[in-house]
Design a protein around this ligand. Sequence first.
Ligand code: MEV
Length: 431
Amino acid sequence: VIDIDKSSRLPGFYKLSLDERIEMVAAWANLTAEDKAILHGRTLSSTQADKMIENALGTFALPLGIAANFLINGRDYLIPMAIEEPSVLAAVSHAAKLIREGGGFTAESSDPVMIGQIQLLDIPDMNAAMTAVAANEQELMDAANECSQNIVKRGGGARDIEIRPFPDTPVGPMLIIHLLYDCQDAMGANAINTAVESITPLVTELTGGRANLRILSNLTDRRTATARCTIPAAALALRTTYTGQEVAQLIAEANAFAVVDPYRAATHNKGIMNGIDAVCIATGNDWRAVEAGAHAYAARYGRYQSLTDWHVDENGDLYGEITLPLSVGVVGGATKVHPTAQVALKILNVGTAAELAQVIACVGLAQNLAAIKAMATVGIQQGHMRMHARQVALAAGASDGQVQTIADQLVKEQNIRVERAKELLSVIGNR
Ligand code: MEV
């Protein structure tokens, strides 16, 4: 069990060797020797992969890293993230550090309620069908609860029935029935799909219609998480260029761009998903489901827009907020079978799916802050330049211990070339 007083501030973590980082995180999160071996590469085997999908050839690896500095609802978290894109982990950790200065994130989530849909056609009398479903909501929910006793025993199960007529579609009138279903700590796709399939005979009997699709909706707008933060303006100041108030205002302007313009909103939200997907992948969650839900939710008012709000508050500080659907689980699916996902969940040490959703919302908000702060001030390329400089240093033959020093010097000189890296290396070598 993680000591909840432990800080996620890990100064100099990025300068450690990979082995040292594993040791540090292992000590932090009480990982076993087996967990460490998994981080060192003894992860998903081809045999396991062969049981997960059809026509398997093997596995596909991604970098796994740790984002530091997260303080959420008063507790420190180290965040495992699986992603191929440079700069995201550094960006997220940087933003979380700024947000810490304002007391960290506050986060909350709704109950883990999923929506299952039943599509009905050929209904003889639409009004009579709707009345019949409305009069039998409890029977329908009882029938849904019959089929998965386990979730019901754990406090989940059917919560409501919704009736949505579509009188005019390309194939004639259609009636859609929603089953709202609390999936507890599972992502819940299987549970909700089983539930809608099982109540369909009763629904067709009540409506006299013909059922076609019975499937969950990925627009899980009853299963959302919200993260908020306030950053003191002073913490945003950039030494020689901008005051904190100026940076706060630039960030608010950048957000407003994504509120009004879908072309910008797509990129803005893509950045948010850089953070969110990476945690979903690391924890074995279905990131496509989360992506689909996030983008559909971003268009909920009829125009696609930013998932975040950033504005300067009445004290002149920067306030940030994000709400999005997050159907993630901590039991079942790939969270259970993927060895690295198991270790990632151990590092996160979240008690429930709802807590995982809250953490993920915070990571999305942090990623967005880092991206728009960088773009609104120094420009996005500076961070990328640092990563590029590390790659150039490596290409010039720098050892693990030399890479950062050489890269820092290349950036300082704004001369990121292999020849210059080689010169610098020869100077170090001669010392
Ligand atoms: C790049 O992966 C993500 C950004 O484009 C996000 C953004 O523009 O907000 C930097």
